[in-house]
Design a protein around this ligand. Structure first.
Ligand code: PGA
Length: 251
């Protein structure tokens, strides 16, 4: 049985003070909850507060960044490296989110470079893949997922696959209120797992956690998580409110 991972992606929301307020409300709500792994990915400036607050929790909660630069210690104004994230107390990092691919023109090769940097720094990556609506309608979903995974996993050794989780996030479901049905998500997850098997072998692929993301809410979390292929959730909008995110964690 793969332990499920319920991860929050706060995107461009919450100041440090708001982050602290979130944790003070949220932590008591999930006290003692060990069935699932919980990870919170706040904006960079909230990482310090998040790390400080989760240390007060009675359960282990991961803190992740939403992006990382593949380089370290060089002249790249405004960027943050994987070793810096690790040193700041991060355990996780989201890589290749569709908003980064769409608005910051991140390519599959850049995703691969970031993934390698994250692994080298000892971070667990949440690698996002997923098709846009035009690709789904044209019957290209499998091709897109295969390409994104093959390129992301290039030149990564099988024994490093433990540091990788994947999030299947159909772009048409992100922030739209439209959720993929558990069956449709499971189909995509099987394609991703097959690709992981090709890259890392069957055993590593079997252990790979593949999360679903795209309009996960307290109302649909249980039916999504009931699907054997779905190993957790990456939650945007519904992770901002402590009550709502706690309800998802405890689906
Ligand atoms: P959403 O975002 O839950 O608001 O759809 C998910 C994501 O982008 O990770």
């Amino acid at each position: 049985m793969r332990k499920k991972v319920i991860a929050a992606n706060w995107k461009l929301y919450k100041t440090p003070a708001e982050a602290r307020e979130f944790f003070r409300a949220f932590l008591p709500m999930i006290s003692g909850h060990t069935r699932d792994e919980v990870v919170i990915c706040p904006p960079y400036v909230d990482i310090y507060v998040a790390v400080e607050e989760v240390r007060k929790s009675d359960i282990t909660i991961g803190v992740g960044a939403q992006n990382v630069n593949a380089q370290h210690a060089c002249a790249l104004t405004g960027e943050i490296s994987a070793p810096m994230l690790r040193a700041a107390g991060c355990t996780h990092v989201i890589i290749g989110h569709s908003e980064r691919r769409q608005f910051f023109h991140e390519t599959d090769d850049l995703v691969n470079a970031k993934l390698k940097a994250a692994i080298a720094a000892g971070l667990i990556s949440i690698v996002c893949v997923g098709e846009v609506i035009e690709e789904r309608e044209a019957g290209l979903t499998e091709d897109v997922l295969r390409r994104q995974c093959t390129r992301a996993f290039a030149e990564i050794a099988a024994d490093q696959a433990r540091a990788i989780t994947v999030a299947y996030e159909p772009v048409w479901a992100i922030g739209t209120g439209k959720t993929a049905t558990p069956q449709l998500a499971a189909e995509a997850h099987r394609v991703i797992r097959a690709q992981a098997a090709e890259a890392f072998g069957d055993e590593a692929a079997e252990g790979l956690r593949i999360l679903y993301g795209g309009s996960v809410k307290p109302e649909n979390a249980a039916s999504l998580m009931a699907e054997e292929e779905i190993d957790g959730a990456l939650v945007g909008g519904a992770s901002l409110d402590p009550k709502s995110f706690a309800a998802i964690v405890k689906y």
